[in-house]
Design a protein around this ligand. Structure first.
Ligand SMILES: Nc1ncnc2c1ncn2[C@@H]1O[C@H](COP(=O)(O)OP(=O)(O)O)[C@@H](O)[C@H]1O
Ligand SMILES: [Mg+2]
Length: 399
């Protein structure tokens, strides 16, 4: 690309804007000539739709593939991985080898999963083989732990099915599809708590496959100690690692947010389990990521104008086996506010509070400007107020 990159985004967040500005790129409007458009998954639909579709030129790129959902919808991810395994098996690939119980030796990296209601009978058959198992129900199109629940009896599924059919709020046609997955009931615990990994991977092309892993992944911890006990099945603070869930817990710590860097986890595992075991675990995680991408490569519309950044959710069990839980491509927590944004937000809220209380500090001049709480507070002159304003921190949304 000759000259400076001209960029647009429909996601007004500082993490994007600051990064583009840092590179000296030039902001332009959507209807102007642009080279780089960081867009939401809603907008990408229009870009590639038959009616409203754009004709992207050689010097234009966007941050999603047209059929990105093949990997990021919970049901489609599993469907594609199942298909990939079958294909390898048909080809007689050594990767598709099975043990004496018919389980894949290497390709068994997603928990056993069925679509509901479509695969209900298959699920029942599997459930009956091991009636003491716990399963997790997840709506295909939701995120942040929304709509998820655990079950350990068939009657609970029947009740769910009855309730959602008779519900006057949910019509049959809009009834959501769910996946039901075998619950990994033996997660690796640290300090008695369950956690999962969030790793970021960027794919620049599917054919040939080229992917990059971001060094700074993190672990997200639950706030309540883990127990597989059925009496705690409804307690999401025990079972779901989403920050969007955990931040409502009494024991949530706003300073560290229940997070560890992946490097911290490495250090912990190296010292408690040894270096070799830890290296093997991380090699396996990388291998799983590559396999999941290979699984969708043949169905992905490998448009040369596209790249995509994915967030991988991985759970490690107590035998140090990693499990792929889901892959996402829109990140509320990516778009977290910068420290300066937070400061300004906190100060604005603090001013409003003082104003409501009728505090003399919130007095304004004839132009409606604060006499004492102007921008000086933000630039740090009125340290005390700044400190008070951030006492109740603004909480950004997260996955
Ligand atoms: N099969 C599973 N076994 C154990 N825990 C799971 C399983 N599936 C999901 N979870 C837990 O639930 C959380 C949310 O599930 P996920 O599939 O990531 O949905 P969401 O899109 O709502 O984040 C995960 O981060 C993980 O902590
Ligand atoms: Mg998730």
């Amino acid at each position: 690309m000759a000259g400076k990159v001209k960029w647009v985004t429909d996601i007004e967040k500082s993490v994007l804007i600051n990064n583009f500005e840092k590179r000296g790129w030039v902001p332009v409007a959507e209807n102007e000539d642009w080279n780089f458009y960081w867009m939401s998954v809603q907008t990408i639909r229009n870009v590639f739709s038959v009616e409203t579709g754009y004709r992207l030129s050689d010097d234009q790129i966007v941050n999603h593939f047209p059929n990105h959902y093949e990997l990021t919808r919970k049901d489609l991810m599993v469907k594609n991985i199942k298909r990939y395994r079958k294909e390898l098996e048909k080809e007689g690939s050594p990767l598709a080898e099975k043990d004496e119980n018919g389980k894949y030796l290497y390709l068994d990296f997603v928990p056993v999963t069925f679509m509901l209601p479509a695969d209900y009978n298959l699920f029942v058959e599997e459930f009956r083989k091991n009636p003491s198992s716990t399963w997790i129900m997840k709506p295909c199109g939701k995120a942040q732990g929304k709509g998820i629940f655990l079950i350990n009896k068939l009657s609970q599924i029947k009740k769910w099915s009855r309730d959602s059919k008779t519900s006057t709020f949910v019509s049959q046609s809009t009834k959501e599809a769910y996946v039901i997955s075998l619950y990994i009931s033996n997660p690796l615990l640290i300090g008695g708590k369950k956690f999962d990994l969030r790793l970021y991977v960027l794919v620049s092309t599917y054919r040939p496959l080229r992917c990059y892993m971001y060094k700074l992944g993190f672990c997200r911890f639950c706030t309540v100690k883990y127990t597989p006990s059925t009496s705690e099945l409804d307690n999401m603070f025990v079972h779901l690692t989403n920050v969007a869930i955990q931040k409502h817990g009494d024991d949530y710590n706003h300073i560290h947010g229940g997070k560890w860097t992946v490097n911290n986890l490495r250090l912990y595992l190296e010292s408690t389990r040894g270096k070799d075991v830890t290296n093997k675990l991380f090699d396996e995680i990388h291998w799983i990521i590559v396999q999941s991408l290979k699984a969708v490569a043949p169905v992905m519309n490998n448009d040369k104008h596209c790249f995509e950044c994915y967030g991988y959710d991985i759970i490690i069990d107590d035998k140090l086996k990693p499990w792929l839980i889901e892959i996402v491509n829109h990140f509320p927590n990516h778009y977290e506010l910068t420290r300066k944004d937070l400061m300004v937000k906190n100060i604005k809220r603090y001013r409003k509070e003082l104003e409501k209380e009728g505090s003399p500090l919130a007095e304004k001049d004839e132009n409606g400007k604060y006499l004492y709480l102007g921008t000086a507070a933000i630039s740090g002159k009125q340290q005390e107020h700044t400190a008070m304003a951030v006492k109740k921190p603004y909480k950004p949304t997260e996955d």
